[in-house]
Structures are given as structure tokens and as C-alpha cells.
Design a protein around this ligand. Structure first.
Ligand code: AMP
Ligand code: ZN
Ligand code: FE
Ligand code: FE
Length: 289
């Protein structure tokens, strides 16, 4: 069984449609794939139809933007009820924050002499996007010939501290763990020590989060080196947390993050499914395993 529990479609900042993402996952030999677009569930229905077609098992998820102290933390939520009002209201607030910062980012870029950085031009690169992000602005900068790729766009313009960086709303992590659980979903912290967040969450933080209802840690992710993985695995072991792995695939938007490049063990997925059942999750798995 090959299981990839974290991927993005163009409903957020991936580059494939949800159906193509699921077909690519099946073609890559995966048995189970999770669709986890940033802060939205808009890709689920299309992904589920494609999963039925191909026979791959689909785990419906979301990667939610949260904050813990000064650190930005991405929280994976598996199988929550997409119609839960409390979770839905908080996700809507996050999306509102995403949309609100876009005009400011574009104005900053125009202020730097990049005249083509307009909302009309951005709309052309955010095909079908339900959650607009910096990667879309990066794609616009590539299209305008200002930079070669997303990485260069982040390094020169979009990363924290660069001239077009604009902060946005993210939910409190502990609050969000409660909302996800209340919606019957299973919360797992994504790549906790990746990209600028190295050791931001300590073992004591993970213990606090586990008390709040956290179920797992994404350990096997390309942003973690071997040492970080060993330490995170030991922490998960001591706290009784599930260990997951994933590609964090973004289509052509993130190099090396090919589908199935990192995977989750079947017994760990089973623990997630058992927990969802225990919480009364109404969200089903679609397609044969
Ligand atoms: P946002 O959600 O708008 O704050 O943008 C953050 C997203 O940008 C992350 O989820 C990553 O997928 C992506 N990202 C961050 N840094 C880079 C980078 N250097 N190159 C490409 N994508 C990046
Ligand atoms: Zn992303
Ligand atoms: Fe992430
Ligand atoms: Fe991701």
C-alpha cells in the first residue's frame, strides 16, 4: 500500500485540476491519496469523482493556516464535515484574509516598477483558485518575465521580510484543533520543522497540542532532514502521536515534490481512520482501497 496524505490542486496553489491530481496519483501507483488544498474544500467533489473512476482511495482533507505564538503552522485536517458551521466560519475568515492582502501585494509590486502586477493579470494565473496565495503572485511574476520561477519570486519579493510580503490572518492553532475535532476531523501538524520554522514547536508544545486533541505529526516531508525526522519520530513515539509522510505535491509549482516521493505507513493511516470514526466523521472515503 502506497499512501500520500498531503497534496494540492489548483483550487489552492497546486497546478493541476483536482481530477487530474487524482488521476496522476493513480498513475504514480498510489493506493491512497489525500487532497489537502489550503483552507478550502472546493476540490473535494471533483477529486472524489475521479477517485471513483480510477479506483484509488481518496482521503478528503484541508491544510489550514494557523499560528502558534510567533510561528506560522500548517494544520492538516482529515475527513472533517465540510458543512460544519463553526469550522466553515473560521475557514471563511482565513480566505477573507487571503483575498484582502492581494491588492496590497500588487500595489507594492507596481510601486517597484512592475506595472503588469494588476488584479486582471493575476486573475489569469489563478485558474479556478479557491484560495489565492503568494504562489499565484509568484506565477504572475514569472509570466511577466520578472523572475524565472516561484522560488526566485519568493526569495526576491514574497518571503517574509521581502518588499511585497504582506501578513494575513491565520487561526490560533489550539482553537483550530478544537474546531477540526468538533467537525469530526483528525488534526495532524504539517511539516512542523520545515522552512524557517525549525524547532518552533518543541516537545513541550507538541504535548500541549496533544492534550488539545492533536493526533499526529507529519514527519516524512522533504523539508525535514534525517536528523529532524529522527527527533520528530521520537517525540511522536513518546506522546503516542501518529506519524505521517507525504509529497506535499503542488504539480509543477514545487520542484522535487513528486506524488508518492514520501509516504505514510498503512497502520498510521488506519489510526487516522479509526479516530475519524470515533469522532463520528460524516466524510466518507471514496473509491476502493
Ligand atoms: P501563502 O499561503 O500565500 O502564505 O503562501 C505560502 C505557500 O507558498 C506555502 O504553502 C508554499 O506552498 C508556498 N511557498 C513558500 N515558499 C515557497 C518557495 N520558496 N517557492 C515556492 N513556493 C513556496
Ligand atoms: Zn501550498
Ligand atoms: Fe504547508
Ligand atoms: Fe502543503
Amino acid at each position: 500500500m502506497r499512501i500520500d496524505l498531503h497534496t494540492h490542486s489548483r483550487v489552492s496553489d497546486g497546478t493541476e485540476s483536482p481530477a487530474d491530481l487524482v488521476r496522476s496519483a493513480a498513475a504514480a501507483g498510489l493506493d491512497v491519496v489525500a487532497i489537502t488544498d489550503h483552507d478550502v474544500t472546493g476540490g473535494w467533489a471533483e477529486a472524489a469523482a475521479a477517485a471513483d473512476e480510477t479506483g484509488i482511495m481518496l482521503v478528503r482533507g484541508i491544510e489550514i493556516s494557523t499560528r502558534y505564538g510567533w510561528a506560522g503552522v500548517h494544520l492538516l485536517a482529515y475527513l472533517p464535515d465540510p458543512d460544519d458551521p463553526a469550522l466553515g466560519a473560521e475557514l471563511a475568515r482565513i480566505i477573507g484574509g487571503r483575498d484582502a492582502r492581494v491588492p496590497t501585494m500588487l500595489a507594492r509590486l507596481r510601486g517597484l516598477g512592475i506595472d503588469g502586477a494588476t488584479e486582471e493579470a493575476l486573475a489569469e494565473v489563478t485558474v479556478n483558485a479557491g484560495a489565492t496565495g503568494r504562489p499565484h503572485v509568484a506565477d504572475l511574476l514569472v509570466r511577466l518575465g520578472v523572475v524565472a520561477d516561484r522560488d526566485q519570486a519568493f526569495a526576491e519579493y514574497l518571503s517574509h521580510g521581502r518588499p511585497a510580503y504582506v501578513d494575513r490572518y491565520a487561526s490560533d492553532l489550539v482553537t483550530m484543533i478544537g474546531l477540526v475535532t468538533g467537525a469530526g476531523g483528525v488534526p495532524v501538524v504539517a511539516h512542523p520543522w520545515g522552512r524557517g520554522n525549525d524547532r518552533a514547536l518543541t516537545e513541550a508544545s507538541f504535548a500541549t497540542l496533544a492534550d488539545a486533541g492533536l493526533i499526529g505529526i507529519e514527519v516524512d516531508h522533504l523539508d525535514h532532514d534525517a536528523g529532524q525526522r529522527a527527533q520528530l519520530r521520537a517525540i511522536a513515539d513518546r506522546l503516542g502521536l501518529v506519524v505521517t509522510g507525504s509529497s506535499d505535491h503542488h504539480g509543477t509549482g514545487k520542484v522535487d515534490h513528486d506524488l508518492g516521493v514520501e509516504t505514510t505507513a498503512p497502520d498510521q493511516l488506519q489510526r487516522i481512520l479509526d479516530r475519524a470514526a470515533e469522532l463520528g466523521s460524516p466524510t466518507t472515503l471514496v473509491g476502493a482501497a
